[in-house]
Design a protein around this ligand. Sequence first.
Ligand code: ADP
Length: 303
Amino acid sequence: MSIQVKNLIKYYGKQAALNGISFELEQGQILGFIGPNGAGKSTAMKIITGIIPANSGEVWVNGIKVEEGSLEIRRIMGYLPENNPLYTDMYVREYLDYVARHYPVAGNRKERIEKVIEETGLLPESHKKISELSKGYRQRVGLAQALVHDPEILILDEPTSGLDPNQIIEIRNLISKIGKEKTVILSTHIMQEVEAICDRVIIVRQGEIVADGKSGEIAGNAGIEKETMVLEFDKAPDTSKIEAIEGVIRLKKLSDNSILIETDPDRDLRAVLFNFAVSEGLAVLSMQKKEMSLEEVFQELTR
Ligand code: ADP
């Protein structure tokens, strides 16, 4: 097991930030942490990286207990903080060298820096001062500093926030690539980001985990799966008759001839709906189950 987080509780003064967060993460997974502002994502990430202590609870990484400031944990982990504070007066290489000097970098430091510059796509801009870089390239420098000591685990706090859509896609692709070799935890507000790059999602609300699973399965895991179906007929159906079918909870008209219905998840109404269509002289052109999107699950759980 790569990361074990056990019952983290954190208060800032009287302000509760984490109310008992626990999860385990396998090596090589990309985990997306999502939740509204103030849910406790950054706090959890800072505790996992050993930057701040929890009031109680433990984090174990590869069998090592995370303590505040532990050198061994700093060697294993790379961290990109939210609003990544960069020394903007420094040149890219100078900054990465400065960061690398503070970590136990295995092998030749200069070679490692060049490798990271290449991996993060910084080469064309690497001769510049950080202050001269676009936000997207600054974020690459942030990723490069998190990677410079070749950590096994990367913790990225909102790595794409504030970037334009093209930059977002570039950074996402980069994270997906890095995630093939490393264990990654990232936080984000963007659901498509989680769906695009994460193997697993944890939804946090008010310091607690309210859902945990693969993005396609999370609705079921959170116990909020509704059966939703979209039906298209050859003619307009009498919707009041469909609403009256036992097991139909809600009906929404999508167009003259098509409807969306929410049904009791314990009942399979497909045969009933076919028979209904036949009795009404309607042809069913299509009948499809609709999965709940991550966005819908998120709204359901965090509103
Ligand atoms: P998120 O990253 O999900 O937006 P945070 O972990 O930043 O959430 O915040 C969780 C809660 O802890 C919020 O109520 C926030 O206001 C509070 N908090 C975070 N950092 C501090 C701090 N340094 N001092 C006091 N309260 C804080």
